[in-house]
Design a protein around this ligand. Structure first.
Ligand code: 9MR
Ligand code: ZN
Length: 544
């Protein structure tokens, strides 16, 4: 395999790139229509490749094929170096992808049945309805605190439900909707479809209703609900172990304040009552943070094994929450908190640990008219400066990937898509197409233009990965995995034992990947890897 390309397709009017790892210096592109009549081909068929370049992250020597000149919709064969692939140029190439990336959240729903009507062969029974009992940091149980907290999405390939990553996933989804509403329809065949609310918001509401249950009367928000150990590779309805609730943390509370305030703004035109409920919950969470200023990092109690999601600071969540709350209430105290933290905030990060990027989006796009110009401009300048550094990173990479060789961590798809978001927003701010083009390379990466040659979305692409570390996909007896799930991708930094045993240690970082379900460290899926993909695919779907 030497042609690495976007297996889902190319938009007729956007740049078209593929990466070739073989030896030749040119290639042939032929429209399917012209097969058998080479010499009468309507379009140019010979394409020169770029000069060879060494790509550090993969160890590959690569040449870039730029076939932007081909713009007629159709199926084309690319021949290079003895390899042959079929690429598609078509209108709205990312529409189905974008829908599936959103629908994937429906498949992650917990606490309800997924009926055949909505889930087809991926249907499953009701799961995780039991009440959860609070476990203290020392591992003992507080039997006086037992709550009903069913609902929400399973976090990832496991069945835990964690509020910290939930806030980040909601941040991506809600901004995706707010920036590109035209990309999201009310017809994904989920139970709420047709209710007049776009399904991306219906899906967010499912998570928000659960998060509201995770809030204590004093405003604090519990960190997570999970079983003591990760379940075996069984269907969710078969996972009947006891559920535990984990204490209120600063990051879960501040992250909840941020995403519920943001949601209250976005839901207002659809459902004023729900919007008001979210706002009052967000304010209460904020007040809890103010009343509890001493940060206490979270660690799993001894012998408890679900996702940790521990963080060393919640200043970035407070920065984000302050911005969202200011946007809804106009109260100066929230703005003061934003200003106080802006200088130290890493404003181009949109992940479960670092969330200040969402606060920056609020400042740059939502609060634009409300902020003093000095403050606004300083954030804008820093944001664009970061985007320029990412642009430089993509130019250094043979695959055009916005990630350094040492950036292939657990869930490397997150920084890659995260960086695409920064570049997309830089394009929205400046109208400079160079950011859009560099962001497009990250979408191409997701869909196969990467060193592994896999498309990292199940069901999308001729070489889509097939064996996610995802319990339902493994246990449901269906050959194909649940569609629309994004893999975490290559991870050399922190390989699990299975990956270590199977991949030779000298393998370069961008290839430290195997499409094999047991490898949690490289082939798991997670809600906050799908959600940035929803943003990026939504942007590229909404361009024309
Ligand atoms: O996404 C998380 C990643 O940043 C961490 O390095 C990794 C190891 O702690 O955990 C990842 O999150 C997992 C979570 O702990 C449990 N559910 C599955 C998540 C994705 O692998
Ligand atoms: Zn469940």
């Amino acid at each position: 395999m030497s042609i690495h390309f976007n297996q889902v397709g190319y938009d007729p009017e956007l740049p078209k790139k593929a990466v070739i790892t073989g030896k030749g210096s040119n290639c042939v592109i032929l429209n399917e229509r012209d097969m058998g009549a080479w010499n009468q081909a309507e379009e140019k068929i010979d394409f020169a490749l770029s000069a060879p370049a060494y790509d550090e992250a993969s160890g590959d020597t690569v040449r870039t094929l730029d076939f932007s000149a081909v713009s007629k919709p159709g199926r084309y064969f690319i021949f290079a170096d003895g390899d042959q692939v079929t690429v598609e140029i078509k209108e709205k190439p990312y529409r189905d992808l974008c829908n599936a990336l959103v629908k994937a959240f429906f498949y992650q729903r917990c606490g309800c049945e997924l009926s055949e009507k909505h889930a087809g062969v991926y249907r499953h029974g009701t799961c995780h309805l039991g009440k959860a009992v609070l476990v203290k940091d020392d591992g003992t149980v507080d039997s006086n605190t037992v709550i009903e907290c069913s609902g929400g999405w399973h976090d990832a390939g496991d069945y835990g439900r964690y509020t910290v990553p939930a806030a980040a996933a909601l941040g991506h989804l809600l901004y995706a909707y707010e920036f590109f509403p035209q990309a999201y329809k009310d017809a994904l065949n989920i139970p709420e479809s047709g209710n007049g609310v776009p399904d991306i918001l219906n899906e967010c509401r499912y998570e928000l209703e659960w998060m509201l249950k995770m809030q204590r009367a004093d405003g604090g928000v519990y960190h997570k609900v999970a079983t003591k150990y990760f379940a075996g590779f069984i269907m969710p309805e078969e996972d009947n172990d006891d559920l535990f609730l984990f204490r209120v943390t600063h990051c879960s509370t501040a992250g909840f304040a941020a995403s519920s305030a943001q949601a209250s703004r976005i839901f207002k035109p659809f459902d004023a009552v729900f919007s008001a409920k979210l706002l009052s919950a967000a304010k209460k969470a904020w007040d809890w943070i103010e009343a509890n200023p001493v940060f206490e990092p979270f660690n799993n109690p001894p012998d408890f094994r679900s996702g940790g999601y521990g963080d060393q600071s919640c200043e970035d969540e407070i920065f984000w929450a302050g911005a969202e709350l200011y946007s809804v209430t106009g109260e100066e105290r929230y703005l003061d908190a934003v200003k106080k933290r802006a200088g130290n905030a890493d404003i181009s990060k949109f992940g479960w640990r670092d969330t200040a990027g969402f606060g920056a989006l609020c400042c740059l796009f939502v609060l634009k008219e409300k902020l003093e110009s000095n403050f606004f401009n300083s954030i804008k300048e820093r944001f664009l400066h970061n985007a320029d550094s990412l642009l430089a990173l993509t130019q250094k990479s043979g695959y055009g990937t916005a990630l350094d060789a040492d950036g292939y961590i657990w869930g490397s798809i997150l920084p890659i898509l995260n960086n695409a978001i920064t570049m997309i927003c830089a394009c929205l701010l400046t109208k400079d197409g160079k950011y859009r083009d560099a962001a497009q390379n990250q979408l191409n990466y997701l869909l196969g233009m990467n060193a592994t040659g896999y498309s990292f979305v199940t069901g999308f692409g001729c070489r889509a990965y097939r064996f996610p570390h995802h319990r339902p996909s493994f246990a449901d007896g269906v050959d194909d995995p649940v569609p629309g799930l994004v893999s975490g991708g290559p991870n050399k930094q922190f390989p699990d034992m299975v990956t270590k045993a199977l991949i030779p240690p000298e393998t370069p970082p961008a290839k430290f990947y195997i499409d094999y379900a047991p490898t949690a460290s490289a082939n798991e899926i997670a809600i906050y890897w799908n959600s940035p993909a929803v943003f990026v695919a939504g942007y590229f779907s909404s361009l024309r």
